[in-house]
Design a protein around this ligand. Sequence first.
Ligand SMILES: [Zn+2]
Length: 262
Amino acid sequence: MQGGAALVPGGPVVWVAAVVGLVFGSFLNTFIDRWPRGESLLHPPSRCERCGRRLRPWELVPVLSWFVLRGWCRGCGAAIGWQAPLVEAATGLLFAAVALRAAGWADLLLGWGLMALLVVATGVDLKVRLIPDVANGLGAAWGLAVGFASQGEGFWHHVASGAAAGLLFGIIHLASRGGLGLGDVKLAAVLGLYLGPRATPVALFAAALVGGGVAAALLATGKRSRGDELPYGPFLALGGLVGWFGGGELAAAYLRWSGWPG
Ligand SMILES: [Zn+2]
């Protein structure tokens, strides 16, 4: 079975996907907040960071609550910060975008899994320069399970793409003496698993292009010196988005342009 039943683009599925994404984004935001501090996801319940006041259910509605509270805690007046509404809105938009172009249910589930991983990798890497093993591990397990159940022969091409991407980044990790972290190596492998042989090179190339461009711009403007490490996770995540939403088309366009037969 390839892909399963076709979804109706622009139908109610897209709106349901946005709501699922908003709610899931709230969960991802909790993870991004708590994982670097080694805290549990379930305990304690959501509270104000400053006064410790427990948040009421109506204060936990994704995005909306933040605007109702206008970014301030009702107990102590502390600023809540814009990370939560940003992560929630981004996840909602990405989940809806996946649903808009999904070829079937398996494609939808794979796309959501990849988006969740990219949001977490970006958030945690920007905060503490690490990509959690648990995020890469769950992403890989989800990609393997859904892919094995739905992709048929093509599944092994996806596994090979993941291995190739991991190997390439492993070599860069060794050559850069750890300048590129192991978390990035694992994320590159998981990207390859989700994107397959056509879109993976597009994703890694886009990540290198944008990452290199930003690093060069920061060096040129003196905002960073050569020794400073730049978190690479957000660039891999950006490459992953390019690969997922346009990788097949971009690869085909490139092959046509270079005169590749077929
Ligand atoms: Zn407070």
